[in-house]
Ligand binder design. Structure first.
Ligand SMILES: Nc1ncnc2c1ncn2[C@@H]1O[C@H](COP(=O)(O)OP(=O)(O)OP(=O)(O)O)[C@@H](O)[C@H]1O
Ligand SMILES: [Mg+2]
Length: 306
């Protein structure tokens, strides 16, 4: 079994990346890149706006946003990524220009510029668009305080978008300030990436409290719909314990797919790529592909019952 194999190798000090065998890898790569466009992930009956949030830094929010967006777009969904983090990491990961002077999400939030005017097509991925964040966004947290309807600026901008998307992913900064509140007001769903580490659950209550506050006062339809375990290292007992904890607490909100710690995932952004295109056969890519498929299948069911 794969687990035993990995454990043995780890114990013997061998390479620990448990990449799938070559033939499987090649098959999966074709499936993930889907050049013929034959494989589709079901489209939801109505647009799903998902806020990717966790105020803890470095837990995989941006990596998750970028890779799920690419996976869904490669498989028949129209997808928009809104980079709502002044760090601009999602824009970098999708290779969308976001240097100073480029119209960005700041202009939409503060200057009322339509989102469609600043959204850029993502090169090489049809049906994927990105609203970039430039360094300008750093000021928005403070400037928003004094604008009218400060919490609902992003929501209004998304609603006013002339084309319909199947998925809108909002990549949040690692804080619970007004930018994240805007994302929570704009979304119906929250996707929380949780890193399988010791302090993973600390601070989560604070996020859940904020979500409840937004739900009670500003956006009654908001739900935590999806939890994704990231950077899972199956050689450690700790990762397993965190997984059990999260599954006990959140039940079937937690996706069955778990994203392993995989060096390909962390290399991809420096090439302006998602891991899906950078190394489609890698464990990181296949896991994000599976997670996207699960999200799409759940979305199709929501559509039927809604
Ligand atoms: N599965 C993974 N395997 C290995 N490295 C990963 C994985 N997921 C993310 N990383 C790396 O971990 C770092 C943090 O990831 P990421 O930027 O996605 O987190 P974040 O929550 O968006 O961070 P921030 O809070 O700063 O916005 C990045 O360097 C990323 O490349
Ligand atoms: Mg980020």
């Amino acid at each position: 079994m794969a687990n035993t194999y990995v454990a043995k190798n780890a114990a013997a000090g061998e390479p620990q990346e448990d990449d799938p065998p070559l033939a499987m890898e090649a098959m999966r790569a074709v499936q993930i890149l889907n050049p013929s466009g034959e494989i589709t992930m079901p489209r939801p009956a109505r647009p799903r706006v998902m806020c990717v949030a966790n105020q803890k830094g470095g837990v995989g929010k941006t990596t998750t946003t970028v890779n799920l967006a690419v996976a869904l777009a490669l498989h028949g969904n129209r997808v928009l990524v809104v980079d709502l983090d002044p760090q601009g990491n999602a824009s970098t990961g999708l290779n969308v220009p976001h240097h100073a002077g480029i119209p960005d999400v700041y202009d939409c939030l503060i200057e009322n510029v339509p989102l469609a005017d600043v959204a850029q097509p993502v090169e090489g991925i049809p049906n994927l668009f990105c609203v970039p964040a430039t360094i300008d966004l750093a000021g928005a947290e403070i400037e928003l305080v004094s604008v009218v309807a400060r919490e609902s600026r992003l929501g209004r901008a998304i609603t006013a978008y002339p084309q319909e998307f199947d998925y809108v992913f909002i990549d949040c900064p690692p804080s619970l300030g007004l930018l994240t509140v805007n994302a929570l007001c704009a979304a119906q769903e929250v996707l929380i990436p949780i890193q399988c580490e010791y302090y993973a659950l600390e601070g989560l209550n604070q996020l859940l409290n904020n979500i409840n506050l937004v739900k009670a006062h500003l956006n009654p339809q908001l739900e935590v719909s999806t939890i994704l375990l990231t950077m899972y290292d199956r050689r450690t007992r700790l990762a397993d314990a965190v997984e059990q904890d999260v599954r006990n607490h959140f039940g079937d909100k937690v996706l069955t797919s778990v994203i392993p710690r995989n060096v390909r995932v962390s290399e991809a952004p420096s090439y302006g790529q998602s891991v899906m295109t950078y190394d489609p056969g890698s464990r990181g890519a296949t896991s994000y592909f599976e997670a996207a498929q699960e999200i799409a299948e759940r979305g199709a069911r929501i559509g039927v019952t809604a």
